[in-house]
Design a protein around this ligand. Structure first.
Ligand SMILES: C=C1C[C@]23C[C@@]1(O)CC[C@H]2[C@]1(C)CCC[C@@](C)(C(=O)O)[C@H]1[C@@H]3C(=O)O
Ligand SMILES: O=C(O)CCC(=O)C(=O)O
Ligand SMILES: [Fe+2]
Length: 440
């Protein structure tokens, strides 16, 4: 039996000192706190096809209470957090060699440097779909403030965090282990998610407004940190879109390239993006080898920019093995999502990844998910199909449809895009027409 020992995190960490997981104030095991479930929305979230009969009968019976787990007080992991061995397979020790690409060349480099960066990205995206970026223009102080803001939020008492609890059917808000959505394979994490968009559609700073309206005036400072952080994330996303276009050989003409002018199909496609910011908080876990912080999945979104602290836990599936992605100080992790895989007509792959937890240290990661405006039709540029001389791999769809699919019908996992295209062919017809869940 292969040892199931989970790799312990790297020794040094700027994270807070490790806390004993699971001990309540007097040391006795703390029962999960049961709160009455919010009234299910009219179009309640269907359980994924793989849901057990028990889950479906509970849903049909309109479960009257939703367990809310305070993950810092569980001495052993409750049954719903135990994942199948296939998902929680041990980690292969070898870290994944992920190129660190200097994207600063898109602001001040020469065409040759941009081409070299594009070659690094093409090599990564043709295999595991992950690369890291430096020269991203995000001030180290802002990155630190964003990570520390996550610690400050998640250290709040559960009742305070619950003031921001997720609105059913949307991705916005606070959740502890998604216990409000799923009955099994619960992830050992808490998350806080909110939408970001700027430009013509935003009369005021939407992230500041979200924190002020959801958590109150004491949280305006935290909102300002994430407002600024999201603005820099969007800027970086558009630079990476240029880089991806160049790496796919769809790039700007030679003269535009020489002039380094911004533009291109993908950059324009996301100019009015409406993205999702998610703060992940992974408490220390009493039985890390039996659960997962985030289960195996491909991101349904277009691009993910991940800022992780130095604890480690992100893993990518490569040739059947789970390979750690080591935190590189000052760098950010980039991966392609399902929506960009469709935009590249399948030339770049949305790759399987997961997050593992450990006994001793909390871990924080900030994921910025780039998403198109809800009603934009996701369709690859003609050149993408022509260049690959391949037929269209995916049908036209809107992000609103894919978002609704992941929030109301299907738990994003390893086969989301295939399940979605099948649902598109049969599903929406029965779907009551409802406005897409607002990401903000
Ligand atoms: C559109 C989305 C759904 C999830 C957040 C995201 O913005 C992009 C990643 C998705 C997710 C993290 C994939 C794994 C399963 C999931 C349920 C989770 O563990 O949080 C997914 C997110 C979701 O809230 O549905
Ligand atoms: O926390 C991590 O390292 C990964 C999280 C992730 O994949 C996600 O939130 O989509
Ligand atoms: Fe992810």
């Amino acid at each position: 039996m292969v040892s199931r020992a989970r790799q312990e995190p790297r020794s040094s960490s700027s994270s807070s000192s490790s806390k004993r997981a699971g001990a309540s104030m007097d040391g006795s095991p703390a029962p999960p706190v049961l709160l009455r479930a919010p009234t299910p929305p009219s179009n309640s979230i269907d359980l994924p096809a793989a849901a057990s009969d028990k889950e479906k009968s509970e849903a049909a019976a309109g479960a009257t209470a939703t367990a809310v787990f305070d993950l810092r007080r569980e001495p052993k992991i409750p049954a719903p957090f135990v994942w199948p061995n296939e998902d929680a397979r041990p980690t292969l020790a070898a870290e994944l060699e992920v190129p660190v690409v200097d994207v600063g060349v898109f602001r001040n480099g020469d065409a040759a440097a941009r081409r070299r960066a594009a070659e690094q990205v093409a090599a990564a995206c043709a295999t595991h779909g992950f690369f890291q970026v430096c020269g991203h223009g995000v001030d180290a102080g802002l990155a630190r403030a964003a990570l520390d803001g996550a610690s400050d939020f998640f250290r709040l008492p559960l009742c305070e965090k619950q003031r921001a609890r997720r609105v059913p059917g949307t991705v916005s808000g606070y959740t502890s282990a998604h216990a409000d959505r799923f009955a099994s394979k619960l992830p050992w994490k808490e998350t806080l998610s909110f939408g970001f968009h700027d430009g013509a559609g935003a009369a005021s700073p939407v992230v500041v407004d979200y924190f002020a309206s959801t958590l109150g005036p004491d949280f305006v400072g935290m909102g300002r940190v994430y407002q600024r952080y999201c603005e820099k994330m969007k800027e970086l996303s558009l630079t990476i879109m240029e880089l991806l276009e160049l790496s796919l050989g769809l790039g700007l003409g030679v003269e535009e390239e020489e002039e380094g002018c911004a533009g291109g199909y993908y950059r324009d496609f996301f100019a009015d993006s409406r993205s999702i910011m998610r703060c992940n908080y992974y408490p220390p876990c009493p039985e890390p080898e039996r659960t997962l912080g985030t289960g195996p999945h491909c991101d349904p979104t277009a691009l993910t920019i991940l800022l992780q602290d130095d604890v480690g836990g992100l893993e990518v599936l490569v040739d059947g093995d789970w390979r750690p992605v080591r935190p590189v100080p000052g760098a950010m992790v980039i991966n392609i999502g399902d929506t960009f895989m469709a935009l590249s007509n399948g030339r770049y792959k949305s790759c399987l990844h997961r997050a593992v937890v450990n006994r001793r240290q909390e871990r924080r990661s900030l994921a910025f998910f780039l998403c198109p405006r809800e009603d934009r039709v996701v369709r690859p540029p003609a050149a993408a199909a022509a260049a690959a001389a391949a037929p269209r791999r995916y049908p036209d769809f809107t992000w609103a449809d894919l978002m609704r699919f992941t929030q109301r019908h299907y738990r994003a996992d390893t086969r989301t895009l295939d399940a979605f295209t099948r649902w598109l062919a049969h599903g929406p017809a029965q779907e009551p027409t409802t406005a897409p869940p607002a990401a903000t």
